[in-house]
Write a protein that binds this ligand. Structure first.
Ligand SMILES: [Zn+2]
Length: 1208
């Protein structure tokens, strides 16, 4: 109470320098504002203090409605009721670890947070319409997920958190295709404006009666702003040539425009906005003069600003959304503030005459308390209630004449001559016909009657309801499917042949005898089939809204040449056929048009073979699946995703990965930079989609461009064969000339043709000569050949005896080749060029290769020498003809040399001499595209290797990016980051086949450094759960038991319990290698487990133990880790000057005991991974990245997105 009282006396605000800079990432330079700026800001605040000190500010318009003087508890001058407000902790911005205490406020329109509860202007404003999910993430934390961003909050306690999550969840839009969540889509003026006191300009948008401030245009596009300024309390004053002030009772905004013209425009726009804000309230206030209109007719929220002009009710914004969902034929929704033109004097009077109270006496006469709405009702509840109330008329007071149409009409005609509009309302919504025949030859309609009798309000009401759909309860089924938006009514009819409906996919050919001829009619969203066109009763039918998919079969799939399948949401499949392609096309078009919503109608323009709706998730929205409309055309999947405004297209032949997760029936499409999960909401149509997409993602034909392609437009098969031969075949004598095993070649080629993406060539499993012959055979068989239709021109180029003329000719011809042919030819010739450079090893010189490849590539018989001549020229003049960067070529050849040397060295497994090694290192995740081959000199440290990789991928490194090289063991499901001074080569030699090196960011390094910095002495003790690897003798119990541990600078000691005097076990720290993660099979009690490997130093008794330490919390584990690491590397956990160390690291001292720390668990379900990573990394950047990144594979952690954005 006391605190509330103190709010009554506003104190002068303390100077806060960053009150407008948002505390998220991005505005880095705001944190380092210099002295003069700070001064400037404090003077700005000073002005503000003086203004809010004089409470009844002259700037406050004196108006009667009570939202002008800000309520004490809720200073924001807004009429939108607050749903919930309170203190929360907001996740720390980049570079900080401290959660920020924020006053958070949620109303129907926005989620905002403020520095204090007194603030009027937020630090962040997030439209509730952009919220797509709310997720608990443990430890009283929860995430608010929007289309583009995730905000992490922490509540004081669990009940507080669950309250927030509940109210926020009710704001989540699950099914709407509404894309207008950005409130500023229609703006009066927008652009960058300097705000004095801030270093960077703000993107400012004047929109209706508000001014929104955004950090930049990107955030404007996302819809996530800093704050909004209600202009009804604003005043604009020009200051000088380019500067002007926007003054509100709470703050003065000193804006500076780029030019004086722009300033004039801004000033005018803002003044218009103020005028609009003031005039907006005119209508609202007049309507609110009727007391019952001051509360939402549906949920009782205060100050409702929306109305249904035909129903004569006023409601709040949240209810307005659901009213709009009913469609204008049921509820004509208008704003009291924005739609000023519709508010004629008569309409306003009508609202005063009827009003919410009297309207509800009709509409809400019988509402069961359990169904009534409250302020906190969810969208779903609102939708259900409002639909029942107005569309079904479920709660209405039935007129005594209900059901008797003639009497109703008669009563209406009599009543409209009186002033009793409420009676008219009851009559009309109980079935009286607004345009019924009055029997009066002069005044033929009730409208004419009302007009004649000067009943303007009756006239107004009748006019507004001329086309209103009357309440009817039987449409309930239709409206439950909220995603179904009534398409334009399509009418079509004609004869079709149909089979009986099926519950299984059609696998066999259906003969003509299985079809029956039916007269089919598509009308008003219903598809009916009749015995003949003479019959009046249909044999059966389908509602278009039940159709989930339409698939066109390839011609001649069945007895009738042209067939298509309709899938219903009741898991039935209907097959229709005709012999006439024209007939089919018309039907397909009409049917598709009648079940595809208007928002996705662009898809209808495509020549699709399959169209329909599916639920999907993507990396931005992984919590909740959404509805999308998909259509498949050849190898392109066109998609209209919910919330998106434009269609997207996925080139299925270029997917990096395509798989079906069988357990939950999800189709996973991995493109570069994004992953789409299509869910099998229903089995039948999903099976059809999965098969069709898989088919489309495969090779669609026998020409080059119809193959599965890499991003570089090279057929996957070509790239994989070349890669394999480069790795393992360059020293193979007679490569490409020797024949392989025919049966194996044929089998491998077949595998590639089926799905090249799934074929992974492996040494040992595949032979070099088989693979090289697969490549040759592929080129020999490819339809149209590598040189396409111009093959003869290439051959005839050889007639030029002059070398340079030939080269010219080749260059010209090359430039005329299709894109895929160009990319493929370039890749192949590059490969052959490399092969012949190692002719001393493989005996395949230029000439030999040309003899082999000439006839192959020109698909000739070998009698014509010119084919060989062309290839010889292409290889020999590779650099000139293909404009090759010679430096890159040299690098490539160097790498090959290393590979060869490495393989030589590896063969006897003894070569640890002075030779360099080529090692495969992955960037961010283990996959082929992230592979780097690095020459590893014996002296190379992990930091050098890391920089080498980052340099190659041109990734710029920031101070707080803790890039690290990790040793990852896939089998043991564990990993550890190498210490920056650790030598890579010995690690590389010790790696088993299950392990690899991976360079990625170390997300918890910052937190560990902070922990270590807080310690006086590096040691730690405490309880952990201990488990030994089952020994060979099987003596270990194999379970986790509580043990007490003491870790000091020399050893780790294990005690049976805290009180034990003597340790049960003791290990020297320097003999321990500590990994993070554990095999899930071992079922650790928490996921915070360290796997520790102990290797004794003693020569005589070589011993190796592996055991596990399981911590209760991630914090605990992080501290143990940090302590281990710090002890092992003598306190040098991270280079003091990380960025400068890249230079220094080349001359770093040789002493490097191994630091063995890693913090990100490796395996687990997607959810576990996500949660643990998010919880573990205190870095907010990590959290937001995780939400954008893709789940699925374990190594697919937060970094992936960063990689994509950085390398693109
Ligand atoms: Zn409401």
């Amino acid at each position: 109470m006391a605190s509330k009282m103190s709010l009554m006396v506003p104190k002068a605000p303390k100077p806060r320098y960053s009150s407008l800079c948002s505390d998220d990432e991005l505005l880095d330079d705001d944190t380092s504002c210099d002295e003069s700026e700070s001064l400037q800001r404090s003077s700005w605040i000073g002005d503000l203090a003086s203004i809010s000190g004089s409470m009844t500010s002259i700037y406050l318009p004196i108006t009667s409605h009570d939202n002008a003087p800000p309520p004490r508890e809720d200073p924001a001058p807004t009429s939108v009721p607050v749903i919930k407000m309170g203190w929360l902790y907001k996740n720390p911005p980049q570079g900080s670890l401290i959660y920020q205490h924020r006053w958070v406020k949620l109303d129907a329109e926005y989620l905002r947070y403020f520095d204090t509860e007194k603030d009027v202007y937020s630090k962040r404003i997030i439209p509730t319409l952009s919220i797509t999910g709310v997720v608990n993430v443990g430890e009283q934390k929860f995430e608010v997920v929007t289309h583009n961003r995730t905000f992490l909050f922490r509540a004081e306690n669990d009940s507080e958190r669950s309250e927030w999550v509940t109210v926020l969840k009710s704001c989540v839009r699950t099914t709407s295709l509404d894309v207008t969540f950005n409130p500023c889509v229609s703006y009066e003026m927008r652009g960058y404006l300097e705000l004095r006191g801030l270093r960077s300009k703000l993107y400012t948008v004047v929109c209706a009666d508000k001014v929104f401030l955004y950090k930049n245009i990107e955030e404007y596009r996302m819809g996530i702003g800093i704050t909004s300024i209600d202009m009804n309390v604003g005043n604009v004053k020009e200051v000088d040539r380019r500067a002007f002030d926007l003054t509100t009772p709470y703050r003065i905004f000193n804006f500076v425009a780029d030019t004086d013209q722009l300033k004039d425009q801004w000033v005018e726009a803002m003044r218009n906005s103020i005028a609009e804000a003031l005039s907006n309230y005119e209508v609202a206030e007049r309507i609110w003069a009727e007391p019952s209109n001051q509360m939402c007719a549906d949920c009782s929220a205060a100050k409702p600003e929306w109305a249904a002009i035909n129903l004569a009710v006023v409601f709040c914004k949240r209810c307005a959304g659901e009213h709009r969902g009913l469609g204008p034929s049921v509820s004509k929704v208008r704003s009291l503030k924005m739609d000023k033109k519709v508010w004629t004097e008569d309409l306003i009077q009508l609202f005063l005459a009827v009003g919410n109270e009297r309207a509800n006496q009709f509409w809400a006469a019988n509402v069961p308390p359990s169904e009534a709405l409250t302020l906190n009702s969810s969208s779903e509840e609102r939708r259900r209630f409002i639909t029942a109330k107005y569309r079904e008329g479920k709660y209405r007071r039935y007129h005594p004449l209900f059901g008797n149409q003639r009497e109703l009409n008669n009563a209406l005609c009599i009543n409209v001559q009186s002033s009793d509009v409420c009676e008219t309302l009851a009559l009309v919504f109980c079935g009286a016909d607004v345009s019924c025949d009055t029997g009066d030859p002069e005044l033929t309609s009730p409208i004419a009657l009302a007009q004649h009798h000067g009943q303007n309000l009756q006239l107004e009401f009748l006019t507004q309801n001329r086309n209103t759909e009357l309440p009817r309860s039987e449409v309930k089924v239709a409206i439950d499917r909220v995603h179904y938006m009534a398409p334009p009514s399509v009418t079509h009819n004609g004869f079709l042949f149909k089979t009986a409906s099926m519950a299984r996919p059609i696998t066999e050919k259906k003969g003509k005898e299985e079809f029956s001829r039916r007269w089919c009619v598509l009308n008003d969203g219903n598809f009916s089939y009749y015995e003949s066109d003479k019959n009046a009763t249909p044999n059966g039918g389908l509602k278009m809204k039940e159709i989930v998919c339409l698939a066109v079969s390839p011609p001649e799939t069945h007895g009738y040449d042209h067939t298509f399948e309709l899938y219903s949401d009741a898991e039935r499949l209907y097959l229709f056929g005709t012999d006439n392609p024209e007939t089919m096309r018309e039907w397909v078009k009409s049917i598709a048009k009648s079940f595809i919503p208007a928002a996705a109608e662009d898809l209808l323009l495509k020549d699709f073979e399959r169209i329909g709706r599916l639920r999907y998730k993507d990396r931005l929205n992984r919590e909740m699946s959404r509805l999308g409309w998909f259509c498949l055309v050849g190898s392109s999947l066109h998609i209209r995703l919910e919330e998106h405004t434009a269609d997207e297209t996925i080139d299925l032949q270029k997917l990096l990965e395509l798989s079906i997760q069988p357990e939950n029936e999800v189709l996973v499409l991995v493109e570069r930079g994004r992953t789409l999960y299509i869910e099998g909401e229903r089995k039948l149509d999903f099976q059809g989609w999965a098969a069709a997409i898989q088919r489309a993602a495969g090779s669609s034909g026998d020409t080059l461009s119809q193959q599965q392609l890499t991003e570089a437009d090279i057929p996957v098969i070509v790239e994989r064969c070349i890669h394999f031969t480069t790795q393992y075949g360059l020293t193979s004598e007679g490569i490409y000339r020797k024949s392989g095993v025919n049966s194996k070649i044929a089998a491998l080629l077949e595998e590639f043709r089926r799905d090249a993406r799934c074929v992974w060539l492996k040494e040992g499993e595949h032979q070099v000569d088989d693979v090289s012959n697969v490549l040759k055979r592929f080129f020999r068989d490819i339809e149209e050949g590598l040189f396409g239709q111009q093959a003869h021109s290439w051959l005839s180029a050889t007639v030029f005896s002059d070398e340079s003329s030939r080269i010219c000719q080749y260059r010209l011809l090359f430039s005329n080749l299709p894109r895929v042919n160009q990319a493929t030819l370039r890749a192949l010739v590059n490969h052959l060029y490399c092969v012949q450079r190692f002719a001393d090893l493989n005996q395949m010189n230029l000439h030999n290769l040309a003899i082999v490849f000439g006839p192959t590539l020109f698909q000739a018989d070998g009698k014509d020498n010119s084919a060989g001549r062309v290839i010889e020229d292409l290889i020999q003049h590779y650099v000139t003809i293909f404009d090759v960067n010679e430096q890159q070529l040299k690098k490539q050849l160097d790498e090959i040399t290393y590979i060869i040397k490495l393989r030589d060295n590896l063969a006897p497994k003894t070569g640890t001499g002075s030779g360099d090694f080529i090692c495969t290192v992955y960037l961010e995740e283990k996959k082929e595209t992230a592979e780097q081959h690095v020459k590893i000199p014996a002296t190379m440290t992990a930091a050098e290797l890391t920089f080498e990789i980052l340099d190659r991928r041109k990734i710029s490194v920031k101070e707080k990016d803790y890039w690290c090289c990790f040793e990852v063991n896939e089998k043991e499901e564990m990993e550890r980051p190498l210490h920056y001074q650790e030598k890579v080569l010995p690690i590389f030699h010790s790696l088993g086949t299950d392990s690899h090196l991976l360079v990625k960011k170390h997300f918890s390094m910052e937190a560990m450094l902070v922990y270590l910095a807080s310690k006086v002495e590096v040691s730690k003790h405490g309880m952990m759960k201990f488990r030994e690897e089952r020994s060979l003798l099987g003596l270990s119990t194999g379970s986790f038991n509580d043990r007490y541990f003491i870790l000091n600078s020399t050893s780790l000691r294990l005690y049976k319990e805290v009180r034990s005097n003597r340790p049960e076990r003791e290990w020297p720290v320097k003999c321990l290698k500590v990994y993070q993660g554990i095999k899930k099979k071992l079922r650790p009690p928490t996921c915070w487990v360290l796997t520790v490997i102990y290797e004794s130093e003693k020569q005589e008794k070589q011993e190796r133990q592996q055991w596990y330490l399981c911590c209760d919390t991630q914090n605990e584990m992080r501290e143990w880790f940090a302590t281990f690491m710090s002890i092992q590397c003598g306190g040098r956990v991270w280079p003091a000057e990380w960025l400068k160390s890249r230079v220094a690291s080349h001359s770093a001292p040789q002493d490097a005991r191994l630091g063995n720390v890693s913090l990100i668990p490796l395996r687990g379900s997607e959810n576990e991974m996500r949660k643990s990573v998010a919880a573990f990394t205190a870095d907010p950047l990590a959290v937001s990245l995780i939400n954008q990144s893709q789940p699925g594979s374990a190594n697919h952690t937060a970094n992936h997105t960063a990689l994509c954005s950085q390398t693109q």
